[in-house]
Design a protein around this ligand. Structure first.
Ligand SMILES: [Zn+2]
Length: 275
């Protein structure tokens, strides 16, 4: 089955991973900007990172027939440095008309601090001014519930933000309902240990239905599995769900959400090679 991975950090994966994903049916992916495992020292580090995301990665993906899209921001961990964050936010517009940029992300909260909130609001303003879609990171474990509520309140508080153009990621059993009820899209991250397993994601689909829900691997430099979306497909098949339902979650939904961005120019695999 063809599928999208709407959240994966390919800068920290190998070219062999691109090949494996392509063989498993991955036809498109989106890569939000995130933390590199260490705090970067200057705005120039981010400028180089954004060049990697908008130039090198799409070319590496294209060698395997995978379309690569990206989102730009300074992540919540580094947002504690407010002056650096402001320099990065001021520089982002240089990249917004690159052909694979879908919007601003993954912005969000990590420890739910005042500085993180301040930088989050400044990213929202950037997105609104440039009519960009938004991809949201919600915090982990004990900070998730409160952080998700804070994020939703900030999004709802800015009347310029269209909820149908916002994807709130890393939802779990205790946050998915609110995100969907408020009119946002929701992403479930399939991780081997934390976040959702493929089984828990399938349970959530059975509880809430498939509308405005997606699954992703969030594969990165830590313990993670870039082929987690195919694991979810297998779990859904094992439970006897129809192919049309599975396809809606892993293909139709991401296609519908991403199509709201002017830079999303996806060609379905069936149509490639025809002029
Ligand atoms: Zn991520």
């Amino acid at each position: 089955m063809y599928y999208f991975d709407p959240h994966i950090h390919m800068v920290s994966r190998t070219t062999d991973d691109y090949e494996t994903l392509a063989k498993m049916g991955c036809v498109a992916m989106s890569e939000p900007a995130f933390w590199a495992g260490f705090d970067r020292g200057s705005v120039e580090s981010f400028r180089d990172y954004f060049r990697q995301l908008t130039d090198f990665e799409p070319r590496r993906a294209a060698q395997y027939g995978v379309q690569h899209y990206t989102w730009l921001c300074i992540n919540a961990k580094e947002a504690e440095n407010v002056s650096l964050s402001r320099e990065v936010i001021a520089m982002i517009p240089e990249f917004l008309d690159k052909p694979n940029v879908l919007g601003i992300g993954e912005i969000g909260l990590n420890k739910n601090t005042r500085n993180e909130s301040r930088v989050f609001l400044e990213h929202l303003d950037l997105a609104a001014r440039f009519r960009q879609q938004i991809l949201i990171h919600t915090p982990h474990l004990e900070d998730k519930y409160q952080g998700t509520r804070m994020i939703l309140d900030m999004l709802i508080g800015d009347s310029r933000i269209e909820r149908s153009r916002v994807l709130v990621d890393h939802v779990e059993e205790h946050t998915v309902r609110t995100v969907l009820e408020e009119g946002f899209w929701a992403g479930m991250t399939l991780y081997p240990v934390t976040k959702c397993t493929p089984q828990r994601a399938a349970d959530i689909i059975e509880t809430y239905g498939p509308e405005r829900l997606m699954v992703n691997s969030a594969g990165d430099w830590g313990p993670s599995k870039p082929t987690a979306v195919p694991d979810f497909i297998l779990e859904m098949r094992r439970r006897g769900h129809p192919e049309s339902l599975i396809r809606k979650i892993v293909y139709d939904n991401p296609l519908e959400f991403f199509s709201q961005s002017a830079s999303f120019r996806f060609t379905a695999p069936e149509l490639r090679g025809h002029s």
